[in-house]
Ligand binder design. Sequence first.
Ligand code: ADP
Ligand code: 5GP
Length: 204
Amino acid sequence: MNEKKGAILTISGPSGCGKSTLLKEVYKDIDDYYFSISTTTRAPREGEKDGVDYFFAKKEDFLEDIQAGHFLEWAEVHGNYYGTSLKPIKEALAEGKLVIFDIDVQGHEIVRKKLNDITTSVFITTPSLNELKNRLQNRNTDSQDIIDNRVENAKHEIKYFQKYDYFIVNDDLDTASKQLVGIANVTRIKSKLFDSKLYESWIG
Ligand code: ADP
Ligand code: 5GP
């Protein structure tokens, strides 16, 4: 009766809003999760490791994987390709894990269409566009051109926030982390995740 079904938590938000930082903060407080490592054609940033932050791929290999149907979803974001491989997600869901995606607004739309019943989503942003610019500058990982492109895209991405179940303004990191932990834990007890045969034990 209490057997856990797999669930999905999708996190989106403009580049630099603090998604990766928040996720690192909350992992210790979330049970039985699996973080989906995406494949990307973007170049690794300093300190990023292949197979940890992303699977870094050549564009031609990525395009082949699309053709072969290896992705649950993929999208072109900020001029690079990003995708979620299907196989590890299927396995993690079959094991009853909470599968966490850090994907853009296009990826979220696809996951919603394909796996709506088991998906919960949260949109994260900064208190202002200026704060987003500051964070991208201070992160010191991207050239000015890339930062400008990401800030421009942020103005488009923010239009999608009401398509998400939850909304977090990542101002104070501690407050935002607590909110994200709360959402992750609620995701596990959605009624749709429980077997409809459950009531048979009540009515005989
Ligand atoms: P994303 O994964 O959304 O692109 P990051 O997690 O890389 O964003 O965060 C971008 C920058 O903002 C990093 O330098 C990070 O240390 C900083 N940051 C994250 N959250 C906060 C916060 N609540 N207050 C101030 N700076 C933050
Ligand atoms: P970054 O280059 O800053 O790591 O990520 C840029 C954007 O790509 C972020 O909005 C992130 O959520 C998104 N992203 C990362 N992986 C995936 C993925 O597998 N699919 C999609 N659709 N977006 C992704």
